[in-house]
Design a protein around this ligand. Structure first.
Ligand SMILES: Nc1nc2c(c(=O)[nH]1)N[C@H]1C(S)=C(S)[C@@H](COP(=O)(O)O)O[C@H]1N2
Ligand SMILES: [Mo]
Length: 257
């Protein structure tokens, strides 16, 4: 059973910022790999580095161990700090793995959210269906691994409510996402069920502009920005580790507190 909710201290925000520095560090280490001498890399990984898959296996192993310990250590039901509305930035910063000229334009009228995996009902959801769910707002800090953070106000349905509605297996390990731009992050179930994890339709009280992920963005304040998918077109519940766009390129998978 989940414990009584406590508000996280400002220290938890710092932890998330630190997590972002750690991910940058892992990324640097992976890039460095190419520049290290074979001898140094052999020492580092303890395996024959001419065997690329063995090296990758060790690096993956380290990362997966980090995922498990992080999930076990952090108290996943504690709340991240929230802020007064006056602190929410209206003209929020845009980020994606591509530029503003390639933003997916989704037609809301024909939009469908597709479901698969360990769920009772795979019926696709229209925007109308989604908007009918109970909604709440939240003012939280978004932390991007690229070294910036910003407070914003998002509005949507608690992700737990949605998962319950579709009869998701809440004991499964992962929830994976597919986005209109080919992005595909995944999160652990405990973080999916966190009370501040929202499936959002709005930012700054307005329907998400295309650049912010129209029509659907997952807002998950306990995790770094890259774990917050925009332009979501499909999601699935699974026990098989799904990886992710940046995660498969060396970013730490858990990436949160
Ligand atoms: N589909 C999709 N979602 C995405 C990304 C992306 O490239 N594609 N980038 C992530 C990153 S790194 C960040 S920081 C945030 C940026 O969200 P914003 O543009 O609303 O600030 O979106 C996240 N979600
Ligand atoms: Mo980011």
């Amino acid at each position: 059973m989940r414990g009584i909710l406590q508000t996280r201290s400002a220290a938890d925000s710092k932890k998330l910022l630190r997590a972002s520095a750690q991910v940058r560090h892992i990324e640097r280490r992976l890039f460095l790999k190419q520049g290290l001498s074979l001898g140094a890399l052999t020492l580092l990984t303890g395996c024959d580095v001419t065997d690329t898959s063995a090296v990758q296996g060790v690096l993956d192993g380290i990362s997966r161990w980090n995922d498990r310990t992080q999930a076990a250590i952090f108290k996943l039901d504690r709340l991240m700090p929230t802020y007064p509305e006056s602190q929410a930035v209206k003209d929020f910063r845009f980020n994606a793995y591509f530029g503003q000229n390639q933003i997916p334009k989704i037609d809301g009228d024909s939009y469908k959210l597709n479901l698969s995996g360990l769920v009772d009902s795979r019926k696709p959801w229209t925007l109308q269906d989604l908007y009918a769910l109970p909604q709440q707002s939240q003012v939280t800090r978004h932390v991007c691994v690229e070294g910036w953070s910003m407070i914003g106000k998002w509005t949507g349905v608690p992700f737990r409510t949605f998962l319950e509605r579709i009869g998701a297996d809440l004991t499964a390990k992962y929830v994976g996402f597919e986005c209109a731009d080919g992005y595909y992050p995944s999160i652990d179930m405990a973080s999916a069920l966190h009370p501040q994890t929202l499936l959002t339709f709005k930012i700054s009280d307005e329907i998400l502009a295309p650049r912010y992920g129209y029509p659907l963005k997952l807002r998950i304040p306990t995790k770094l920005g890259f774990k917050n998918p925009k332009w979501i077109t499909a999601m699935y519940v699974t026990n098989r580790f799904p990886g992710g766009f940046w995660e498969d390129r060396g970013y730490n998978w858990f990436a949160g507190v």
